[in-house]
Design a protein around this ligand. Sequence first.
Ligand code: IPD
Ligand code: CA
Ligand code: CA
Length: 275
Amino acid sequence: MSSFLKTAIQAARAAGKIHRQFYGKALNIQYKGRNNLNLVTQVDKLSEKKILAILKKKFPTHDLLGEESGLQDNNSPYAWVVDPLDGTTNFAHAYPFFCVSIALLHRGQPLVAVVYDALRDECFTAEKGKGAFLNGKRLRVSKVKDLEKSLLCTGFAYMVRETHYNLDNFAKFVLTAQGVRRDGSAAMNLAYVAAGRLDGFWERGIQAWDMAAGVLLIREAGGKVTDLTGKPYDLFKQNALATNGPLHSTLFKILSKGKDEKNWLRKFGPTGVPH
Ligand code: IPD
Ligand code: CA
Ligand code: CA
């Protein structure tokens, strides 16, 4: 195991300890955007502080991109991309589905990945070219080929009411797949695709820190990640389709037809409130 991965695991576990400490307790909640959808708690901040301190101590010259503290640009070819708590809304409601996500990019490409679920003590790890693992056990994506036998998952970005419409695609898959989940932690969902627990995931308006570790986990477990139209995935373009592989073209053909999301807004009004 490289010292990159060792340190990433150490940092993820340290943040996970903070998650366990605060889970189910009263939290100090603030709001990041104009609406009350995008929360931040002291747990997000404390976890990020801890992770960045561990990474910085070991790799002082690397760049760091943390969801809560932004970019620390050292002009390095290496950049750590950190979501200290993915699933903050779940955490704030004591809904047990959230994780830490840490990736190391080399010249923009994921090299090392850790997604850590502190409640279940599940540590998903990957290194480029060396496979993906769950608590040390090799992971493979599922083999499901048929949409009607697939379990899919999506997320709704905080801008779902303004720009990142997803209801139309959600409806299409609810009507065609075996099941569709929306459980509020993109990084965990991606780890679950890598583990074969889910067969596919898509989201519009998804951020680099939600995706960076999951992309590598899925690739190393034999799956595929592109944008929503099947073009090469770009961490900073904010849309993603991640699957086991066999389902990929079926899914992006359905997704890329989704030009009519605006109909939902006509029905529900610009604020998402029915009228
Ligand atoms: C969010 C979660 C959610 C996804 C949102 C993300 P956060 O991250 O991953 O599942 O739908 O787009 O922003 O705010 O809990 O770290
Ligand atoms: Ca996130
Ligand atoms: Ca977060």
